[in-house]
Write a protein that binds this ligand. Structure first.
Ligand code: ZN
Length: 413
């Protein structure tokens, strides 16, 4: 794994190596509706990260734990995993929250990044190889924006003495299979886009730089809050600079399909025409009390709150693994009860049973290789646990424990 200068992440959990070989993982690609797999010995993953202004809720946790299962399945198959993830620590919601709560945006971002770091470590998530904050890449971003302007591929719109810059796009840029039938302009508008702004060459042209009067490209961090880079160009630049020519999976939540990820791909193609993004995974949305969990609705279930209520981190992790990564689901407290019973049973069988763990490992690998079917993997373990509870096999029990730790990130001790 190549590591460039990037944000301090969190300590990596132990990943025991397992005997035997894993079948090839095939996952569903959002953009084509087909299954994709890694073909070489490297697996390169880009995942859209957090905007650090609210703590980790179950929706975030579901996203990052789902990609963690992807990483673990790749590692089990012997692949060399390169994983880049961004932190959007320069963005409007962050500035707004900072102003509301009367703290500096930097302080707010740092405190929220620290919370996320703790939650990820507690949930046994393997950290990205490169965790990159946008505040760390302002200079290369400015260079890219200037280059796009010089090459005539971007244009500025001036209002009240400040200029915003847009990438020029055309209808041909929006013809992917998965966008068919989507009302792109409405989706763009609903997600903070500005299709109606007078002067835009194409309504969907994405912003690459939001300017400020007399100071478009000043890069001192202290001045951020006035200007900012576009969000899509940020992910494209990090993907290019930290992963190189092949991105096996571009990942994020299902709410990022359009415009964010599509626009990032456009930018990436602009910067680096030879870059090959082979597949895209979008993690389902988690609802609570009838609505998608969101800060604005105030229906967040925070990971830290569940832990404060006394639930073990592994129970929270099992709640998340109980749902297929590309499905939307609604969280209820019943999820916690089910996961708690499951963890108790698995621990018991680890102490008193264990026979047949090698066959179980093959079945679990089979389930995971089939589009990361974690609910299926949990079900085969439950079935095995039921019939192997009291047949005391110490080697089998040790293998079972290693398998839970390595493939599912569930620690039984
Ligand atoms: Zn992104």
């Amino acid at each position: 794994m190549t590591r460039k200068v990037s944000m301090r992440s969190w300590p990596a959990p132990q990943v025991p190596s397992l005997p035997g070989t894993a079948p090839t993982l095939r996952v569903l690609d959002t953009r084509t509706g087909e299954r994709v797999s890694v073909t070489g010995s490297d697996a390169n993953l880009y995942v859209c990260g957090i905007t650090p202004y609210d703590a980790t809720h179950l929706g975030h946790a579901f996203t990052y734990v789902s990609f963690d299962i992807l990483v673990r399945t790749w590692l089990d198959a012997g692949l060399n995993v390169n994983y880049a993830q961004n932190i959007t620590d320069i963005d409007d919601p962050l500035f707004e929250r900072a102003e509301e709560t009367d703290v500096s945006w930097r302080e707010l971002a740092d405190s929220q990044i620290e919370l996320f770091r703790t939650d990820m470590e507690t949930l046994n998530v393997i950290p990205p190889t490169n965790w990159v904050a946008v505040s760390e890449i302002i200079d290369p971003l400015v260079d890219e924006v200037k280059e796009l302007i010089e090459e005539g591929r971007a244009y500025g719109l001036t209002e009240d003495g400040r200029t915003d810059y847009y990438l020029e796009t055309s209808d041909d840029d929006y013809r992917s299979y998965h966008l068919e039938g989507m009302d792109l302009i409405s989706v763009f508008r609903e997600n903070g886009g500005d299709p109606d702004r007078p002067g835009k060459k194409h309504p969907l042209d994405p912003i690459i730089w939001k300017g400020v009067k007399d100071g478009d490209f000043q890069s001192e961090g202290a001045r951020a809050g006035a200007w900012r880079p576009g969000w899509h160009i940020e992910c494209a630049l990090i993907g290019r600079d930290y992963l190189g020519e092949t991105v096996d999976i571009q990942g994020g939540g299902a709410d990022l399909v359009f415009p964010h990820q599509e626009m990032s791909l456009l930018h990436m193609a602009d910067f680096h025409p030879e870059v090959n993004v082979r597949g895209q995974m979008n993690i389902g949305m988690v609802a609570f009390e009838g609505h998608k969990m969101s800060k604005s609705l105030g229906n967040l279930v925070l990971v830290s709150r569940l832990l404060q209520r006394g639930f073990e981190p592994m129970v929270v992790r099992l709640v998340l693994l109980g749902h297929l990564w590309n499905s939307d689901w609604e969280y209820t407290d019943e999820d916690l009860d089910r996961a708690e019973r499951r963890l108790t049973r698995w621990r018991r069988v680890h102490h008193t049973g264990g026979a047949g763990a090698a066959e179980l490992l093959a079945k679990v690998r089979e389930r995971l290789s089939d589009n990361l079917d974690t609910p299926g993997a949990l079900a085969v373990i439950d079935e095995w646990a039921e019939t192997n509870e009291y047949n005391d096999d110490r080697d089998g029990a040790a293998l079972f424990k290693d398998m839970c730790q390595a493939l599912l990130g569930v620690s039984l001790s």
